[in-house]
Design a protein around this ligand. Sequence first.
Ligand code: AMP
Length: 650
Amino acid sequence: MTSFKELVTLYDKLLETSKRLEKTFWLSDFLKKLELEELKKVVLLVQGRVFPRWNSQEIGVSSNLIVKLLAKASTFKEKEIEKLWSQLGDLGLVAEKIIVKKQQVTLFTKQLTITEVFNVLVKIPTITGTNSTDLKLNYLLNLLLNCSPQEAKYLVRTIIGDLRLGVGESILLDAINQAFLPKVIANSLDDTGCFLECPSCHEIIPVSSPNCPKCNFSLSSLKTVPPITNKQIITIEDLNDFYTKLSDLKSNVFIKTSKTKEISSEIKMILEDALNILNDFSELSVLAKTSSLKELYAVELKPLRPAKVMLYLKAKDLKDALEQLKPPVALEYKYDGFRVHIHKKDNIIRLFTRRFEDVTKQFPDVVKAARELMQADSYIIDCEVVGYDIKTKKYLPFQKISQRIKRKYNIHEMSKDFPVEVNAFDILYLNGKTLIKEKFSVRREKLVEVIKAKDKVLGPAKQKIVNNYEEAQAFYQESLDKGNEGVMVKSLDAIYKPGKRVGYGLKVKPVMETLDLVIVGAEYGEGKRAGLLTSFILACRDELGNLLEIGKVSSGFAELNSENKETYEEMTKKLKELIISESGLQVRVKPEIVIEVAYEEIQKSPTYSSGYALRFPRLVRVRYDKDVSEISSIDYIEQLYLQQRGRNLS
Ligand code: AMP
C-alpha cells in the first residue's frame, strides 16, 4: 500500500519544476511503482479529481465548508480562519498552518494511504439527506486529523478543486507512455520522442533531457547514443511492419528502427486515441501497463458511457472551406442548438451533453422518438438539438431551449411548449461495433439506414454532396434562409476523432466569430450593485490547458430577470459556490463557467497573461454545454488577430 505521504512528496517535486520533461519523468517514475488499483486512483488524483473524465460528478465541497472543517480540526474560530484565508489567499496554505499548530499539541496517529484518501473523497458526493453536511464533515475530519501539514495542504486543495500541479492531460499521457509503452531507441542525440540509457545510472530517459533526472548526469557530454543493455529489442522496418507486430509490442520492449520519429509519434497517437475513445485515464493506464499496443489500438467505445465529441475548425468563408477539403464534399445545415450524444444499449437510452452531463430526464420526447425511430440494439449518434416554435414552425434561439436543459420539474409540459427537433449528423457506434475508423460517407450511409422514418423529432441532418462552388453557395443560402447559423463542410473520407479539433469538418458562418472563454475571477460592484459580482475576469487556454487571462467582461448581462440573459444576481450565485480566494473586491474562482463573448476587436496587451485584450467585450450567452477544455485557444485568438489585421490593412 503506497502512503499518501509518498504521493504528496511527488506533488512537491512536480511543483518544484516548471520543466515539462522533468514533470513527466517524475510522474512516470511514480506510476511505474504502483499496483494496478493504486495506479487507477493516482492518475485521477494528480489531475485533482477522483472521477474519470466521462463522469461529470465532482467532490462538491465548497470553500465555506472547508472553513468549518478547519475550525473543527483546530482551536481556531471560523472568523479567524477566514482572516487567515484572506491573508494567505489559499485554503491549502491555511490548512497547512493550522495542522502545524495542532501537531504541536497532539501527534497524528496513523499514516494515511492513497487508497484511504481516495475512498473518502469518492464517497462524499454520495452522502445526501438531512444530516449530510455533518456526515461529510466527519469523514473529512477523520482524514484531516491524520494528515501531516504538507498532506493537509494538498488534501484541501484537492477537495476544493484547486490542486494546480501543472499536470495537464498531455503531460499525464506522456508519463503513461514513458512508464508503460514500448520505447523507441534513439539513433542520434537529436531523435526527439526517443529514449536512451543513462550511462551513469542506467535509467531509461528521453533523449531530449539535458540531464538525467535520476542522477543528474549531463547528457551534453555525450557524443553518441550509449548502447541499451539487457533489454528485449524488436526491430521495426517501417509503419507497415509496426502494425504487423503490434501484438509483440508490450511494456518492456524496446524498438530499434531507422524510422524513429514516425514510430514514436504513432505510439503516442495510439495512446491518445485510446484515451479519447475510453474517456477514462484509469482504464487507459491499466491497459497501457498490462496489454500490448494491439489491444490499445483496438479499444472500443462503450455505449452509455459519455464519449468526447469531435470538434470542427472554422473556415474563413465557403470558398476557403472548399479549397481546404476539395470537392466532392458533404455540406450540412449548421443548426443552432446544442450538441447531444444519444446512446443506447441493453434497451436503455441516455442523452449526454458534450460536458458528459446526463440530460435524459429533461428530454422524454427525444427518448421516445429514439426508441420508436432508431432500428438498432446499440448505438451512439451525434446530434444537434434545436427548439422550434409550434405555431410558426421556425427555429428558436438557443436560449429558449437551454431552459429545457436546466429544467428539473414539469418536464412533460415543457416538452409540449418547447418542442425540439433532433438532427443526427454522425454515428460512432452501431450494434456492437465502433465506427469511428470508418469513412464519413460510410458512417452517414449507416446513419440514414438506421433511422426508420424521417420525423419532425428525429432525423438525419440535411445534407448535400456538392461538386463545386455554385452548388455549395446555393445550399449555404438555403440553410441561412431556413434560419440556421451557416453550414458545415465535411470531408467524405474522414474518420471521427473524439476530442480532437481536426479539419475533417469546417464551419462556415456569416457572422464574426465569437470566443468561448472561462471565468477565472470576478469583481464586486459598488453603489447600486454592491454585493453583486458584476465584472468577470476571462481566460483562454494554451496547448497544455494552462489558462491565460484575456480581459474582463461586464456588459451583455441583464439587470432584471430576463428569459434570454443571465442577471448579475444569477452569476453571483453561481460564482459564489466556486470561490477559491478573495482579496478586496476581487475573487478568484474555480474555472468552470464558460461564456461566449463577442467583441469589436482583439488587441495586443501587456496587461493580461495571454498578451491580448478584447475591445468592447460583451456576453452572448453562458455556454452550460461547454467544458473548460473546449474554450478558445491562444493560437486561435492569435489567428483571429492576424486575420483582423489583414482586413484592416486591405
Ligand atoms: P461551434 O459551436 O461554432 O464551434 O460549431 C460547432 C458546433 O455546431 C458543433 O459542436 C455542433 O454542436 C453544431 N452543429 C450544428 N449542425 C451541425 C452539423 N450538421 N454537423 C456538425 N455539427 C453541427
